[in-house]
Design a protein around this ligand. Structure first.
Ligand SMILES: *Cc1c(COP(=O)(O)O)cnc(C)c1O
Length: 709
């Protein structure tokens, strides 16, 4: 190695630390491989955390490794790609004609699911926020996210021998995570404060770099705070409504104050769900303090705020009693010409009744320039649900639109899949994910042979089967099952593999496919056309019924009639999700229509050649064209839940028996299911360009962020 190389080793090591502290690596397989190579054991033990790996390898060792020239060049190459990405000027955002150049988009969300090693999310809402952030970075938006740093994160799930879910809360160590304490010029933490009642509560923040985007996670765990206030941000959605309102005050009001402490003045405040809606009150207070009258201040707030609602059931929206609200907000809201009593009507459905609860969604709707639901059907449901607060008779007149969710395809892509696309489409395709013409090429059999697609599917299914065999060992032993007797019969690489993974909220009806046990068992145990089921999911800690659903599924995994054909993976998180969505042939989704606002997990399978089998709810109403997957049931929503379950289960069995299974096993002389592969192609061409976050974020930009000025 030449002298110039030697002298640059320390610079490269600094570059590796910077790389580890930017989540860009979570959507770049070569960068992930680099950290994996440094310490395979630490990489696995830390849930794939680049910073933990870098902390575990000494500078001495890094130097020595980098003295090897090929490794040095490989690292330099990755760092150069990283630098290119950060410095890219010809971004989609920069090509927007209507931008002025001084925009800053802020995005507030109670959770962000960016990667499994940063467990500050509970489910779909957080994963959507994470994917939104990654696409905002890819498209080049000036973007800042705001959320909370949950020191104990969301719980980790284990299942006891009786099939019951248990929750463990790890303690996260910021120094071991891809986050950085925000400090000022003096090297001290930047601190802001809010008032809860009349007690001042201080908080600092951690910065998360996600490509070009930045995220601030606020944390009240400071020594000067009272003990119970240090715990406000301890857990994701932890505690009762008092903890909840305190978290939401920190997020909304504290979030705006923190941005101010950093000298940031966003031009758009996007509220991802109602949790952050108190931010509108802080903006209002700022305007009033600056001398604006109430009408002008309200107009300013509306002009700058955008709101996305996610919950199609009234009970799912945060509601606080006026007493609690008045007590908590009294310190934050009082200015010369605003009191907490003035604020109450902004969030009440019926302001004539002083006891009417304060609804965060109502506040957000009233204080936003634009509001949207997350799928077309959810738009209809939301307009119906909120028409009374606008005093409107016809739901069609309610000003709530929709912007259908998507997923960040690159972040969800298995390495094998990424290599597949790379080989067939070259290097540039990743910049054109929403370009229909790119995906159209999949229908060209010269470019994409049936054999190649089938080989990809087999490779991915094998990866999942191996993963399941590895990762269920511990849980089977804990559940009191003799693993040695099931290990080798645990799933088959040849069988039609159906996946179901999501939060075990009861409306998602995880046990629906078991409704007619014998009928299902016959399908799973078919000698020549076997089927297998892979489940995962967490129930909310206080959702007893959701936990009973898990218990039912666990009982089925232990049933000798189904052993090795129905499996449950513990601790559903982004990592478990990534394995499942890439490996399954069919992704099952059985929500009680119309309660799934969008759903996103079914979008993650598309790029891997998986196929959706879903109730016509959420995004699938728009996605399904009859040839790119299958619908369960029709577009009706029976009022009687029992009747709905029965009807949907019958439809599910019929579609499986008459369409899905026969098509998967209809092979030609080479063992290839030609019709199935045609369907994969059709699914890719019609769905990938639509249901990704590049399309979604660009829609937010043109329809909301840059509109109305
Ligand atoms: C994608 C994802 C979700 C959301 O899936 P839905 O289909 O919307 O229920 C929830 N949790 C994790 C870990 C995910 O990866």
């Amino acid at each position: 190695m030449g002298l110039t190389h030697l002298s640059r080793v320390d610079e490269v090591i600094d570059g590796m630390h910077a790389l580890a502290h930017n989540l860009w690596w979570t959507w770049n397989p070569a960068a992930q491989d680099l950290f994996f190579t440094l310490s395979e054991r630490k990489w696995r033990a830390s849930n794939h955390n680049a910073v933990a790996v870098m902390n575990a390898v000494s500078r001495q060792e890094l130097r020595a490794r980098l003295y090897e020239e090929t490794f040095f060049e490989h690292v330099e190459d990755i760092l150069a790609q990283f630098k290119d990405y950060l410095g890219k000027k010809d971004t989609w955002w920069n090509a927007q004609k209507s931008r002025r150049g001084d925009e800053l988009i802020s995005y507030f969300s109670a959770e962000f699911g960016l990667h499994e090693c940063l467990p500050v999310y509970s489910g779909g809402l957080g994963v959507l926020a994470g994917d939104h952030t990654k696409s905002a970075s890819d498209l080049g938006l000036p973007f800042v996210g705001v959320s909370l740093f949950y020191r104990h994160g969301y719980f980790q799930q284990t299942i006891s021998p009786d099939g019951w879910q248990h929750e463990n809360y790890p303690t996260l160590d910021p120094k071991e995570l891809p986050i950085e304490l925000v400090t000022g010029a003096d090297g001290q933490p930047v601190i802001a404060s809010i008032e809860l009642g009349h007690v001042k509560v201080h908080f600092h923040a951690y910065r998360v770099n996600a490509g070009r985007a930045t995220l601030y996670l606020l944390d009240t765990n400071r020594p000067e705070n009272e003990l119970h206030h240090r715990e406000i941000t301890a857990r994701v959605y932890g505690g009762d409504s008092t903890t909840r309102i305190m978290q939401e005050i920190v997020l909304g009001i504290g979030g705006v104050r923190y941005l101010r402490a950093l000298g940031l003045a966003p031009t758009v405040y996007h509220m991802n769900e109602g949790h952050s809606a108190f931010l509108t009150l802080e903006l209002l207070r700022e305007r009033l303090s600056a001398g604006a009258d109430r009408a002008a201040a309200e107009a300013w707030v509306r002009e700058h705020c955008v709101f996305t609602t996610h919950t199609p059931v009234p009970a799912g929206h945060d509601r606080f009693t006026p007493d609690l609200l008045e007590f908590m907000l009294d310190g934050c809201c009082n200015t010369a010409n605003l009191t907490v009593r003035d604020v109450l009507p902004y969030g009440q459905e019926n302001a004539a009744n002083p006891a009417d609860p304060f609804v965060m969604t109502v506040l957000a709707l009233r204080m936003s320039r634009a509001a949207n639901a997350v799928s077309e059907l959810h738009g209809q449901v939301s307009r119906e649900m909120w028409k009374h607060i606008y005093g409107l008779e016809k739901a069609g007149d309610v000003p709530i639109g929709h912007c259908t969710n998507g997923v960040h395809m690159l972040g969800w892509m298995a390495k094998r899949t990424r290599e597949f696309w790379h080989k067939h489409l070259g290097e540039k395709w990743i910049y054109y994910l929403k370009n229909k013409a790119i995906w159209q090429q999949v229908e060209d059999p010269e470019l994409f042979a049936d054999e190649d697609l089938w080989a990809l599917r087999y490779g991915l299914r094998r990866d999942l089967v191996e993963y399941v065999r590895r990762s269920t060992k511990g849980s089977y032993l804990r559940m009191g099952l003799d693993f040695s007797t099931v290990q080798d019969s645990m799933l088959s690489t040849d069988a039609l593999t159906i996946g179901f993974a999501r939060r075990f909220a009861t409306y998602k009806r995880a046990p629906l496919i078991f409704r007619d046990f014998n009928r299902l068992a016959a399908l799973l145990n078919s000698a020549d056309r076997p089927v297998q089921l892979v489940f995962a999911g967490k129930a909310h800690p206080r959702d007893e019924e959701g936990k009973r659903y898990i218990q039912q599924i666990i009982a089925h995994t232990k049933n000798t009639a189904l052993l090795g054909k129905v499996v449950f993976l513990e601790n559903y998180d982004i990592n478990v999700a990534r394995h499942m969505i890439s490996g399954v042939d069919v992704w099952l989704n059985t929500p009680r229509r119309p309660m799934e606002a969008s759903g996103t997990s079914g979008m993650k399978i598309l790029i891997h050649g998986g196929m959706n089998l879903s109730i016509l709810d959420g995004w699938w109403v728009e996605g399904c064209d009859g040839g790119n997957g299958w619908a369960i049931g029709d577009d009706s929503s029976p009022a009687d839940p029992e009747q709905q379950d029965e009807q949907d289960a019958l439809s599910l069995y019929r579609v499986l028996e008459e369409q899905v299974i026969p098509e998967f096993y209809d092979r030609d002389e080479y063992g290839i299911p030609r019709q199935w592969i045609d369907r994969i192609r059709h699914s890719m061409v019609t769905l990938i360009p639509q249901f990704n976050t590049d399309r979604m974020v660009s829609e937010y930009v043109t329809r909301y962020y840059l509109a109305g000025k």
